[in-house]
Write a protein that binds this ligand. Structure first.
Ligand SMILES: Nc1ncnc2c1ncn2[C@@H]1O[C@H](COP(=O)(O)OP(=O)(O)O)[C@@H](O)[C@H]1O
Ligand SMILES: C[C@@](O)(CCOP(=O)(O)O)CC(=O)O
Ligand SMILES: [Mg+2]
Length: 431
């Protein structure tokens, strides 16, 4: 059986970092997703597939399934039934975009992690420091290249989610993504949401008709469970996440945005067309380190930082109001856009106070300001992506000029659809 899951990335229009400290933030999903395919073989001893001898070539497609071949003669033709062999049971994770594969014999995972007691799919549980150590030991055995060591946290999150939700079943899991990694567009959360969605869909906890075709959405209670598991994965990657990224990636729906504060979401409907240019500075950074940096600054300057976080809270609430309030004779779309630009600039100033801007971000701000366009970083900052509001009346020529100038600095620009769908799953018979 194969289950596929997809989960979108996000942009934060206001409130990143401050949201970790209890302020309101406003975010929306974008039309770039992470995809997970999970292939689980049938339980041991069950025939995996029946082939006619003329299709024997196809057997080569099934790695490691040769040992228990059973010859039979069925309706006068020669057929071969292929059984899954327990000794070949492996858990394999392929990170396609990085051309990386991790693979462990199930016996080895059991030996290392059975003390953790999984599976407990309906009880989202945090990965303790001791459990993390055991998981890291399994990853170290795979000799991950130094240059790709930052991926280890994603693999840890995978092993924790996998063994907690499905236990010690063999499977092949393949990950691909449209999202740039470590750029502020929420690739870590999209990964955890897509993993959790695929795993829960395969578990006995979630009641879903596997015969339905096309992309499916979980019901509300399953979405809540999915979001909680994804948050546990995000904790392994971010250290101290607010939960906004996994919430947006789980619950995004039909043009909605999300207002988020202290774990609670309010869906908000935008009453205006919102077009954002996303500029990826391509300066790599790590959310965990940036979030920890803001917490350290807060410990050193509690009163000043509390004022900064309060100011961000007011900006996010105001921004949500502007987005929701319909345009009228008294409040034109242009006036609303000017208000948004001002709020974005104020938020960016406060992000600088938190110490998460970067020279490359400042270059984007200066470049877009030449065209009278307002910008702010999105996500954790320290490099990564910057948002620029593209007002409705802005000519296509200006947009082209800004993009050309930004790209001449070595940055990469894209205009993504805002407010797409959240997590979805799809079943298919394994090929
Ligand atoms: N498609 C993916 N494949 C492997 N790891 C991923 C993938 N997407 C995200 N990750 C993990 O998430 C980390 C990036 O997360 P983070 O620093 O929070 O940045 P962001 O969430 O903004 O992209 C990566 O270093 C990796 O561990
Ligand atoms: C900085 C923060 O507000 C957002 C981080 O987003 P990203 O991982 O940079 O996409 C952290 C969080 O809310 O968990
Ligand atoms: Mg992240």
């Amino acid at each position: 059986m194969e289950v596929k899951a997809r989960a979108p990335g996000k942009i934060i229009l206001s409130g990143e970092h401050a949201v970790v400290h209890g302020s309101t933030a406003v975010a929306a999903s974008i039309g770039l997703c992470t995809y997970v395919s999970l292939q689980v073989p049938p339980s041991n001893g069950c025939p995996l597939k029946v082939y006619s001898l003329s299709c024997l070539e196809n057997l080569r497609l099934i790695e490691g399934a040769y040992r228990s071949l059973l010859d039979s003669n069925f309706f006068g033709l020669s057929w071969i039934v292929v059984y899954w062999d327990e000794n070949d049971d492996r858990l394999t994770l392929q990170l396609k975009d990085m051309a990386l594969e991790f693979s462990w014999p199930i016996g080895r995972i059991k030996e290392a992690l059975s003390s953790l007691g999984g599976p407990f799919p309906s009880t989202p549980t945090s990965c303790s420091a001791e459990s993390l150590k055991l998981i890291l030991a399994l990853i170290e055995e795979q000799n991950i290249l130094e240059a790709k060591i930052s991926l280890a946290s994603g693999v840890c999150a995978f092993l924790w989610l996998y063994t907690s939700i499905l236990g010690f079943k063999p499977a092949t899991v393949v990950v691909t993504s449209d999202l740039p990694l470590g750029s502020g567009l929420g690739s870590s959360a999209a990964l955890c949401v897509a993993f959790s969605a695929a795993l829960l869909a395969c578990s006995d906890t979630v009641n879903i008709d596997m015969k339905q075709e096309g992309w499916l959405v979980f019901g509300e209670s399953e979405l809540e469970l999915l979001n909680k598991w994804a948050f546990e994965g995000e904790k392994i990657i971010h250290g101290k996440p607010s939960g906004i990224d996994n919430t947006v990636s789980t619950y995004g729906r039909g043009g909605n945005m999300i207002k988020f504060r202290s774990g609670n979401l309010t869906r908000i409907k935008s009453s205006m067309p919102l077009k954002m240019l996303i500029t990826n500075t391509k300066v790599g950074r790590n959310t965990k380190a940036l979030v920890a940096g803001v917490s350290e600054r807060t410990l050193r300057n509690p009163d000043a930082m509390s004022s900064v976080f309060n100011a961000v809270d007011s900006i996010s609430k105001e921004l949500a109001n502007v987005i929701q309030t319909p345009a009228s004779d008294d409040l034109s779309i242009t006036a609303k856009e000017e208000k948004l630009e001002e709020l974005m600039e104020m938020n960016q100033g406060l992000l600088q106070c938190m110490g998460v801007s970067h020279a490359s971000i400042e270059t984007v701000l200066r470049t877009t300001l030449k065209y009278k366009l307002a910008s702010k970083l999105t996500g954790a900052g320290g490099g990564g992506c910057v948002l620029t509001l593209l007002p409705t009346l802005l000519s296509g020529t200006i947009v082209d000029k800004v993009i050309a100038e930004l790209e001449s600095c070595g940055f990469q620009c894209l205009i993504a659809g805002i407010g797409g769908n959240g997590a979805e799953i799809c079943f298919s018979a394994s090929s």
